[in-house]
Structures are given as C-alpha cells and as structure tokens.
Design a protein around this ligand. Structure first.
Ligand code: ASP
Length: 307
C-alpha cells in the first residue's frame, strides 16, 4: 500500500497576504513529517499525531500555542484521535496549560479504558502521565488577543460569531499496512463561552477512521458539524459507493443547506484516494502521496517533489 498523508489548517476566510507563506510552510512541513514517518514504516496513528504536533506548535494555527481565546481571554483546547484498525479513539476537551492536546488525546486512547476525558479529569490524567504543565500565557498570541478584542467590539460578549474566525488543524493518514487514522486539534472559536466544547474532540463529528472505509478530519462551524456528524456522514457516503470528492461535496452541501453551516474536510479512503474540500472561503491543506507534495492556500495550489 502506498502511504498517504493529508493535513489541513482550518476552514476560514481567505488567509491574509502577510500570513500566506507561513501557513503554506506549516502545511508542507506537517505533511512532509507525517509522510516521512509513514515511509519509515511508522503507523498511521504515529503520522497523524506527529503532523498535528507540528501545527499545534506553530502560532499560525488555531490549536496549541495559536489557540483562539474564550470570552474570558483564556485558552481551552479540544482534540481527538482515532485508529482505524480497531476503532480505538481518545479525546480531551476544555484542556488548559499543555502544549500538545493531541498527545494527551493519544494517551487517553492508549492508556485508559475510556474514549474521552474533559476539564479537571483530563488535567489530572495529564499530570499523572507526566505531561508538562506550561504557563497559560505561553499559549496566547498577540493575534488571538486582537481577534478577541475585535470580536467583542463587533458583537458584544457571549455572542461569538460562529461563521467566521474559524481555523483548526487536522491530519489523516493511510499507512503501508493499510491502516488509517485521523487527528484533529483546536482552540475552538473566538469569544466562546467558558466550557464550550465543539465538534473537534467528538468522534464522528471532528473526525473518524475505519480501515473498512477511510479516515477524515473536519473543520468549520462546530455546532453545525456536531448536528450533522460531518465526519461519519461523509464516510457513510464513501461506504455507499461515492468517490471521496463526491462524498465530501454531498456532506458539506447538506450541512450548508440544512444549517447554513460552513466547513471543510480532508479525507483518504482505504484505497488511498484523497480529497480536500471546503464550503468556507478557504482551507489551507497539503497532501503527500507517491513522492509528491500537493499544497493549497487560498486559490493557489502547487505540487513539489518530496525529499
Ligand atoms: N470546528 C472548530 C470548533 O468549532 C473550529 C474550527 O474548525 O475552526 O471548535
């Protein structure tokens, strides 16, 4: 099986000119790191975790150290991961003061009998597993502060505009043994209520992986994605015989028609066919397969050779 990895940097408005290159570099680096691991024989789970860690560590993306702020100006992060081999999954929500929520989600998947830990319990588990606690300010950027100010100024507190300010990170992979996996990580939406949990940590909404079908990671308006179970809905259409492109279009179209909800998906099916689709204005993405790296930011797509 030829390995495949895809990453996304969140469904959003067009990326501003000054950020395009940094976003493109982030996408390309994450996909390359994931692909290199797959070529070395690592698992799809290893690849999606490593790709998402790169993006959580970049302040350009709404995850980890670039997370958007809730209405009190704090960072609360959600993440989930799934192994398509046995449907094992791990998720965390409303976690604070850790650099890489996706690593904690993987620990939930592999070291507990549960699928999902939240808030205080997730924090205690992180401490128990030796995950370093970092100062809350380390996750806050000038950009996220400005976004919150702007949002409050425009809309007033407690009224997050869920149709803009989107941006989350995710990865999907197919490894050489035919196993698929997904990982999704986010700071959520700017000016969200304290304790608000979006789609990203919810398996079936923020992502899904099943070796019998494929793997998907989603981004966009979390409340809409939750209501239609966007990840599982898209894979249902793949199961029913649609191509990955058709399945993504039908599922995103349904969410838009039914709820006016906008978003984006990256997916790979069990045969290695892949798609990156969005109904939002844009969604930065990259895909690595057969020695080629495809990358799209705003309207530009480029293809380069992988090292
Ligand atoms: N889906 C995320 C959330 O609602 C946000 C995003 O994808 O940008 O928390």
């Amino acid at each position: 099986m030829n390995p495949v990895v895809l990453v996304h940097g969140g469904g959003a408005g067009n990326i501003s000119h000054d950020r395009i290159e940094r976003v493109r570099q982030g996408m390309m680096k994450a996909a390359t790191v994931g692909y290199t691991l797959l070529q070395e024989g690592c698992s799809a789970v290893d690849a999606v975790e490593a790709a998402v860690v790169i993006l959580e560590d970049s302040p350009e993306f709404n995850a980890g150290c670039g997370s958007v702020l809730n209405t009190k100006g704090e960072v609360e992060m959600d993440a989930s991961i799934m192994n398509g081999k046995d449907l094992s999954t791990g998720a965390v929500s409303a976690v604070r003061c850790i650099a890489n929520p996706i690593k904690l989600a993987r620990l939930v998947m592999e070291k507990t009998p549960h699928c999902f830990l939240t808030g205080q319990g997730a924090a205690e588990f992180a401490a128990h597993m030796g995950v370093p606690e970092i100062p809350a300010e380390q996750l806050i950027t000038e950009r996220s502060k400005k976004r919150l100010e702007k949002e409050k100024h425009e809309k007033g507190a407690q009224k997050p505009d869920c149709r803009k300010n989107l941006g989350t990170v995710g990865a999907v992979a197919l490894d050489s043994k035919g196993n698929v996996a997904y990982a999704t990580s986010t700071g959520g939406i700017t000016n969200k209520m304290v304790g608000r949990v979006g789609d990203s940590p919810c398996v079936g909404s923020g992502g899904y992986a099943d070796n019998n079908i494929g793997a998907i990671s989603t981004t966009g308006h979390g409340e809409s994605i939750l209501k239609v179970n966007l990840a599982r809905l898209t894979l249902f259409h793949v199961e029913q015989g649609k191509t990955v492109d058709e399945a993504a279009e039908v599922a995103l179209g349904y969410m838009k028609t039914k709820l006016k909800g906008l978003g984006g998906v990256i997916l790979v099916d069990k045969a290695g066919n892949w798609a990156a689709k969005w109904s939002s204005d844009s969604m930065p993405w990259a895909a690595a397969k057969d020695g080629k790296l495809h990358c799209g930011v705003n309207q530009d797509t480029n293809i380069t050779d992988l090292p």
